[in-house]
Design a protein around this ligand. Structure first.
Ligand code: SF4
Length: 393
């Protein structure tokens, strides 16, 4: 927090909405059997990037993130086309963090070298579990031998900043199998680890199976124990928890993640992306075919930043809403929390003048703590964060 939105560094999120198979828990905006659309999609994505850039973003991009879907389904020439468009149209910080999410079995040494060549400097690997039966339940395309086999090539290709995604709270998962997954992850020695509690999302096979009694329901208490186990184990191995779901080696926090939690601006492009820039929260058209058609027909018109022909659901964020969002998101940052000085310079009012009573109350309960000019949740406060958040909106 600190400078006004127009002066804050911006991030760029690119959504790649294609997958080879659909995982059983997945509710992301992603489609199978549409790979033939990828070339037209890449052209549309580049048109969208040019449209956003024409509306004159004045600050450099300091993080770029390809998420999905499965970005690793794009070829190196397709990434080359996208990066050429980004660099021609935006100012990219020389030290920008540039991440792609990758599925382990899409990777080869040559492909990884190609990614480094186009400027990707961080990999987010969708490992999810090291346990065969859990990966089968998820219908993931890889098993752990694939991850172990590709890992040396990831390093040899020059990736020295790698994040691993894991899922816990899975049906049939035990503390022992979770410990095995964490152990296998630590054996790889990544720089960053994200842990996601399994959510049963509407419309997913996993949710249907649980509701039909065909698969055991996840156990919330056990999931909480898994979180505690991970928190202790990762701490013992030199990872520090900088956000509720994210751990890193010192200095390897994800800049792109921090952008979201600080409620700083990010531009979202690609079908189903979300963005927050120019005081507007927005989304883009979900279906790839409609997205491509919108960009083909409207790309030559000027749109006010950050809108494009693919923008839908835009909402102007008023100052009160921005304050509430900033508090809730920043409190997810374990140590950083909210800087009281930055809050005041961003919003023109001291935080205590707005929420003094709430802060005093929860500090008294030991759920919030103020130190070094920052307000953050205590370990106990993290478990009860929703109660606190309700009073801050
Ligand atoms: S690879 Fe990721 S985006 Fe694709 S179906 Fe699986 S979880 Fe969803």
């Amino acid at each position: 927090m600190g400078p006004s939105m127009a002066q804050q560094p911006h991030s760029l999120y690119l959504h790649i909405p294609f997958c080879t198979t659909k995982c059983t828990y997945c509710a992301f905006n992603t489609y199978i059997n549409l790979e033939t659309l990828i070339p037209a999609f890449v052209d549309a994505l580049c048109a969208e990037l040019r449209t956003v850039a024409r509306s004159q973003l004045r600050t450099p991009l300091w993080s770029i993130f390809f998420g999905g879907g499965t970005p690793s389904l794009l070829t190196i020439p397709q990434f080359t086309q996208i990066f050429a468009t980004i660099r021609e149209n935006f100012d990219v910080s020389p030290d920008a963090e540039i991440t792609i999410e990758a599925n382990p079995n899409d990777l080869s040494y040559e492909y990884l070298v190609g990614l480094r060549g186009v400027g990707v400097n961080r990999l987010s690997l969708g490992m999810q579990s090291a346990v065969e039966s859990e990966l089968k339940l998820f219908a993931r395309r890889h098993d752990h031998t694939v991850v172990k086999a590709i890992w040396p090539d990831i390093r040899r290709a020059g990736f020295d900043n790698v994040s691993i995604d894991l899922i816990y709270g899975t049906p049939y998962q035990t503390l022992e199998s979770w410990r095995a997954t964490l152990g296998a992850t630590l054996a790889l020695a990544p720089e960053h680890i994200s842990l996601y509690a399994l959510g049963l999302e509407d419309g997913t096979p996993l949710k249907d199976w649980v509701e039909q009694g065909r698969v055991a329901a996840p156990d919330d208490d056990l999931a909480a124990d898994m979180y505690e186990l991970a928190t202790d184990l990762l701490d013992e191995h030199g990872f520090h928890q900088y956000e509720i779901s994210n751990w890193s080696k010192p200095g390897r926090e994800s800049r792109h993640n921090l952008q979201y939690w600080r409620n700083w601006p990010y531009i979202g492009v690609g079908p189903g992306a979300h963005g927050f820039a120019g005081g507007v929260r927005y989304a883009t058209i979900l279906a790839p075919q409609r997205y491509i058609a919108a960009m083909q027909s409207g790309a030559d018109t000027d749109y006010p930043f950050p809108r494009t022909p693919a923008t839908v659901d835009e909402v102007e964020v008023d100052p009160d809403a921005e304050i509430a969002e900033t508090l809730i998101m920043s409190l997810r940052l374990i140590e950083e929390g909210i800087s009281l000085a930055n809050f005041e310079s961003r919003f023109g009012r001291p935080l205590h003048a707005i929420h003094g009573d709430t802060i005093t109350k929860y500090t008294g309960y030991g759920l919030l703590e103020e130190s070094n000019g920052r307000l953050h949740l205590t370990r106990r406060g993290r478990l009860l964060s929703n109660m606190i958040f309700r009073e801050l909106v």
